[in-house]
Design a protein around this ligand. Structure first.
Ligand code: SAH
Length: 208
């Protein structure tokens, strides 16, 4: 057990030496047991800074990407978050560490991934995270408005429903584009328009 914690600490030390990360982000990355979210056969690689296959042709993002996104979202305790693309649930758990699990709502396209993510989140202490199987392009209207929303899959543009479900002043984050994507953060103004900023080139699986 402590072996996994040691490996995780070494990974987070490596991340903090390369990126400027807030203390909440660092604490969350140190807390969430990534090895319990990846398939059995991939556990030995859980604390390398690399994406890994999680089934259904999907991948868990590399740890540095989860850390960078957590930082850009400016999360804090009590902030309500919509995630599109639950995958194995790891990123949702990192978000939950900062905002509280009951404030995280996540939508996953693949039924089997949604079910597995729910199980893993429950086993690791994040059972209060809400996971729904469905099309994230429609967001999750039942629990709107959200203070933050992010996509872990690439879209041509922020889905309109997701923008609509974001509170004024709220922050959106997504990889936008086709093959070559840009990580775009946007803040919703009171008039509903978006103030955008770009945060480098990235590569994610596509939104369906
Ligand atoms: N955050 C995840 C990474 C998942 S990869 C993790 O920590 O593991 C992106 C995920 O987005 C995949 O699981 C994929 O099935 C999902 N996805 C793709 N299109 C989607 C859509 N339209 N709605 C919801 N989820 C979608």
């Amino acid at each position: 057990m402590s072996d996994w914690a040691d490996r995780r600490d070494a990974l987070v030390d490596q991340l903090t030496s390369r990126e400027t990360l807030g203390s909440e982000t660092v604490a969350a990355m140190r807390a969430v047991p990534r090895h319990r979210f990846v398939p059995e056969g991939k556990r030995q690689a859980a604390y390398a800074d690399t994406p890994l296959p999680i089934g259904a042709g999907q991948t868990i993002s590399a740890p540095h990407m989860v850390a960078i996104m957590t930082n850009l979202l400016e999360l804090a305790e009590g902030v309500r978050v919509l995630e599109i693309g639950t995958g194995c649930g790891y990123h949702a758990a990192v978000t939950a560490e900062v905002v509280g699990p009951e404030n995280v709502y996540s939508v996953e396209y693949h039924d089997d991934l949604a079910r597995q993510a729910r199980e893993t989140l429950a086993r690791t202490g994040y059972g209060a995270v809400s996971v729904r199987a469905g099309d994230g392009k429609r967001g999750w209207p039942d629990h709107a408005p959200y203070d933050r929303a992010y996509l872990t899959c690439a879209a041509p543009e922020f889905p309109k429903a997701v923008v609509d479900q974001l509170a004024p002043g709220g922050i959106l984050l997504a990889p936008l584009g086709e093959r070559r994507q840009t990580l775009v953060r946007a803040q919703k103004r009171d008039d509903g328009s978006l103030a955008r900023g770009e945060h480098g080139h990235v590569r994610f699986v596509p939104l369906r």
